[in-house]
Design a protein around this ligand. Structure first.
Ligand SMILES: [Zn+2]
Length: 140
């Protein structure tokens, strides 16, 4: 089972379980996914690089940035730049580093990196908050 964070066109976010990513794609294509708040059928999955932040406030800032930027590709590049300038990149070590930070309450590090869907699901089960943003390629 995979848990995805889904989002409708009115920016409602909710979690949903799928047996695998193919099932999600299938349901999404057939418009069988529905927002639990407003019943919108325009549902997207939060793809990409999850992040964590030590403080709620910064998390909110990022969520707001994410909201503002996600419509435009150019803005997404700016968001990417912002994250690259303000966050420590840990790459594939993300899920391990995130746990270190999460369980050490004195650490207020902000990191970003990549996880597999399995790692991500595990982190969510442990109650570790992650934020995903669309990660655009700078070079095209
Ligand atoms: Zn909605």
């Amino acid at each position: 089972m995979i848990k995805y964070i889904l989002k409708c066109d009115k920016n409602h976010e909710f979690e949903s379980w799928f047996s695998n990513s193919a099932e999600f794609e299938k349901l999404c294509k057939k418009k069988l996914l529905e927002c639990i708040y407003c019943s919108s059928r325009s549902i997207t999955k939060s793809i990409m690089s999850p992040m964590i932040n030590g403080t709620k406030k910064s998390n909110m800032d990022l969520i707001n940035l994410n909201e503002n930027f996600k419509k435009e590709r150019d803005s997404l590049k700016q968001l990417r730049k912002y994250i690259e300038n303000n966050f420590e990149f840990v790459g594939k070590d993300f899920s391990r580093k995130v746990r270190e930070i999460y369980y050490d309450k004195n650490t207020k590090k902000t990191i970003y990196g990549t996880t597999t869907e399995e790692e991500r699901a595990e982190l969510q089960e442990e109650g570790i908050e992650l934020l995903s943003i669309p990660w655009v390629n700078k070079d095209n």
